[in-house]
Design a protein around this ligand. Sequence first.
Ligand code: NDP
Ligand code: GDR
Length: 351
Amino acid sequence: MTQQRALITGITGQDGSYLAELLLAKGYEVHGLIRRASTFNTSRIDHLYVDPHDPRARLFLHYGDLSDGSRLVALVSQIAPHEVYNLAAQSHVRVSFEEPEHTADITGTGTTRLLEAVRVAGVPARFYQASSSELYGSTTPPQDESAPFRPRSPYAAAKLYSYWMTRNYREAYGMFAVNGILFNHESPRRGETFVTRKITRAVAAISAGRQEHVYLGNLEAIRDWGYAAEYVEGMWRMLQVDEPDDYVLATGVGHSIAEFLGAAFSHAGLDWHDHVRFDERYLRPTEVDVLVGDASRARDRLGWSPSVEGLELARLMVDADIEALGHAGRPWIDTVRLSSWPDASDAPAPS
Ligand code: NDP
Ligand code: GDR
């Protein structure tokens, strides 16, 4: 069988690291786009890295940026991937209100640059676009693939443009290009400024006596939180079916930030009311109040269904952050729970 090659943008992020693990375990050669930074920014994938001089190496990293279209054309031509996963983005909703133009350039136009690179390179790659439940904005839940989009932030508006460009390349050029409309998914590798990880890190620091309070914004918002390691399996499955389509991935269960706080703090024997303070800087000019997804299409057509829901995740993340504090803050590397996916159970372990 031909060696499958995948290109992942955003490989240094939460999802990129889990997806790289999953694809390596399935035998893929994995290529990742990384940004040059003044410090190392590969901590989430360092455990996967093998020196490229080693003949067993199957993970290769390339400098590039979604702002640099000619570099994307060169890389796609050189790698000739069978699958392209576009996970890179300015992914923080609150930050997108501070940097709307940059967010439009990377989270929006960046997708077009990559789609165009695949088209211009003439590579018949299947293309995955990281679309988001933020597209639904103020739409009443439960939200499925036919629910209307009402974006409420520069981030969501940029993702909406990417969503439609992905569909347009599918319809205009016959490209196998799909949108995964993913509801919030978290893990011990979640970025530290997203609310779940901010809370679970604070719980660990407070229970270790290193911190007293954590400052948060709106505690009323409801989110449908799933486990990132399970969601990357759904991404991969979207590219394995015969016909391209768009899919929601979600647990179908919503919890408020306050409920997540309750689960996380009580897991460490603490009462969140004693430690949480309000800071208006964490409010958004326009908030998304309730996101709860309906992933029936993914269940019926892809055989995908999640097994970890929000409050269980809160406990899992608290445990991981407590453990991470114990070894000098090194990132905690959980392994993808491959055992629940039958077609991956006999795959080799990541190198
Ligand atoms: P992260 O914020 O953890 O990772 C974002 C990645 O994008 C990082 O690898 C980052 O690189 C990279 N990146 C940022 N800007 C650029 C750029 N200009 N050029 C190239 N790479 C860039 O996001 P997640 O892993 O959580 O999410 C993955 C994708 O899925 C994102 O597009 C996000 O918007 C989307 N999404 C996420 C959901 C979630 O709940 N996690 C839900 C729905 C959609 P660096 O490490 O150098 O900063
Ligand atoms: P979200 O995630 O905006 O849903 O985007 P985030 O964790 O940032 O916010 C979730 C909710 O928590 C409220 N909140 C706070 N949020 C943050 N970050 N910090 C706080 O202190 C705080 N206090 C309360 C927010 O107002 C919001 O209601 C994530 C990202 O991963 C996107 O890239 C992705 O597309 C969506 O999930 C689905």
